[in-house]
Write a protein that binds this ligand. Structure first.
Ligand SMILES: Nc1ncnc2c1ncn2[C@@H]1O[C@H](COP(=O)(O)OP(=O)(O)OP(=O)(O)O)[C@@H](O)[C@H]1O
Ligand SMILES: [Mg+2]
Length: 314
């Protein structure tokens, strides 16, 4: 069995934490062979025994440079464990989709990346994450500074009750930027980047609450990018939108990738297939399989992934 598929290493052995270096190890020469399905660890065993599951990671990922590294990360809400020992390296400048049935922990994992779960009293965590090599959960981390490096877009657009202009420049206002020229140019650049400039320009001083749902979501993306984050975290950004607005957001994601590292939760598998380069399949708090999107959707290694993408469960 190929050694690089750490997936194959049984849980109780002292396995190396996944990708401890800033960048993922580079493959030399050909990619390792894929294991046979019957050689993979069993998700059903992990669930029955209430243990974590050593994720099946496709070898293509070892050629990528990681920007966010999640390392043996677990999370409990009170006594209930929502994430089981998750390790995952998120490639820089790419779109990574998180998929899986409702309640499997997608939002919990996404919110953990910028420590939004800190706001919930009952939450306890174990493990760590790193952003560009720096610990996210370390003792001396400035959480406000950390969150500035990661823009967040939610399922429901959440424009602030202020003008379109003030919404976009909000990240600069909290930094104390007052220079009108700078504010104006960032607003224009961000709105153009979010494909909203033409619609918004005539009404920059009007309330953002007067925009349509799809426009509000593009505004929220403009606001997220105005702060020039390194990472964009998106939790089902299109689920409240119609197909036209959805397709605009998808085009936008397409344009933003490269400049940004995007981690996106989606319920919509066609969307994951359309916009992401990598897909991670989660199930009951475990990260089951992680690999190039086209492979996950056409040749998944795990039977659970196949059952999910073919609609047999979830
Ligand atoms: N604030 C909370 N307090 C207690 N339990 C929570 C909390 N938030 C989530 N959970 C539980 O943690 C588990 C994972 O929830 P999460 O919202 O991360 O799932 P999800 O995959 O995003 O689901 P969905 O697709 O429905 O959005 C679920 O069992 C959920 O009930
Ligand atoms: Mg969710």
């Amino acid at each position: 069995m190929p050694e690089t598929l750490h997936a194959a290493i049984p849980e109780n052995e002292d396995r190396e934490p996944f990708m401890t270096e800033n960048t993922m190890p580079r493959a030399s020469g050909d990619l390792p062979e894929l294991p046979a399905r019957e050689d993979l660890p069993s998700v059903a065993d992990a669930l029955r025994e209430e243990t974590s599951f050593a994720t099946v990671v496709h070898p293509e990922l070892i050629q990528e440079e990681a920007l966010v590294e999640i390392e043996r990360f677990s999370l409990w809400y009170g006594a209930k464990r929502a994430l089981w020992d998750i390790s995952m390296a998120i490639p820089k400048g790419k779109v990574t989709a998180l998929i899986g049935p409702s309640g499997c922990g997608k939002s919990t994992l996404l919110r953990s990346v910028n420590r939004m779960n800190d706001l919930i009293d009952t939450v306890r965590i174990d493990g760590d994450m790193r952003l560009d090599g720096e610990s996210i959960y370390g003792r001396n981390v400035d959480v406000i500074e950390l969150r500035k490096r990661m823009g967040m877009v939610f399922q429901k657009p959440n424009p602030f009750p202020m003008s379109i202009f003030e919404n976009v420049v909000y990240p600069l206002r909290i930094e104390g930027v007052k220079d009108k020229k700078i504010l104006r140019s960032v607003a224009e650049r961000s709105l153009r980047g979010a494909a909203l400039w033409e619609e918004a320009e005539p009404r920059l001083r009007e309330s953002a609450l007067g925009l349509s749902g799809g426009q509000q979501q593009r505004l929220c993306i403009a606001r997220a990018v105005a702060g020039e984050p390194e990472v964009l975290l998106m939790d089902e950004p299109c689920s409240a939108l119609d197909p036209v607005a959805t397709s605009k957001i998808e085009d936008l994601i397409e344009e933003l990738k490269g400049d940004y590292t995007i981690l996106m939760v989606t319920h919509n598998m066609q969307q994951a297939a359309r916009v992401s380069e990598y897909t991670a399949f989660m199930y009951l708090g475990r990260l089951v399989e992680y690999g190039p999107t086209d492979r996950i959707f056409t040749q998944p290694l795990c039977s659970e992934t196949e059952d999910y993408i073919t609609g047999r469960f979830g």
